[in-house]
Design a protein around this ligand. Structure first.
Ligand SMILES: O=P(O)(O)OC[C@H]1O[C@H](OP(=O)(O)OP(=O)(O)O)[C@H](O)[C@@H]1O
Ligand SMILES: O=c1[nH]c(=O)c2nc[nH]c2[nH]1
Ligand SMILES: [Mg+2]
Length: 160
């Protein structure tokens, strides 16, 4: 069960690019990898950045879905990464681990793969081989594809 998300951690495109590139630096030491399994949809952008940095051109997808907004529903596997078989020599890339449910399912499908995420929350961290930034369990990460610039109210106007 996902914890109530009281803190927010908005991530800009620049920050995501920089942190995904930091992930690629860590993975460089651990490869080479035959290919990447991008976990849709959140893993698609980080996977593209890692693929560019490590010059990996073979990209598979694992298509999983569990959240509607910030509500966790049942995990649905829409498509497995059949090309990766049990994952030997493959790198799985997702944007984050939260409860770890998605990661558990991916690990069951591809036990021999190396699993990497950009962000990790404590409950999911033990399931990840390599990540860059940890945030607390009660934080919701807002990715740039889920945000748009909006006019903001001056602080003085926010008083009740
Ligand atoms: O560790 P967990 O609690 O399982 O949460 C992590 C997963 O949740 C999000 O995906 P989501 O199911 O929202 O689908 P999306 O990637 O298509 O947005 C995120 O991209 C991870 O894949
Ligand atoms: O955009 C997201 N931010 C999160 O913190 C999160 N946790 C699970 N799924 C998530 N999606
Ligand atoms: Mg996802």
């Amino acid at each position: 069960m996902a914890e109530a998300q009281v803190k927010s951690f908005p991530v800009s495109w620049e920050e995501l690019h920089r942190t995904s590139k930091a992930l690629a630096w860590r993975l460089l030491e651990l490869g080479p990898f035959e290919g990447i399994v991008a976990v849709t949809r959140g893993g698609l952008v980080p996977a593209a950045i890692v693929a560019r940095e490590l010059e990996i051109r073979l990209i598979e997808t694992a298509c999983l879905s569990s959240y509607h907004g910030q509500e966790q529903g049942g995990l649905t596997v829409l498509k497995e990464a059949t090309l990766a078989d049990k994952g030997k020599g493959w790198l799985i890339v997702d944007d984050l681990v939260d409860t770890g449910e998605t990661a558990k399912s991916l690990r069951a499908m591809m036990p021999d793969a190396h699993f990497a995420t950009v962000y990790a929350k404590p409950a999911g961290r033990p399931l990840v081989d390599t990540f860059v930034t940890e945030v607390s369990q009660d934080t919701w990460i807002f990715f740039p594809w889920d945000m748009e610039p909006q006019p903001s109210t001056p602080i003085i106007g926010l008083r009740g």
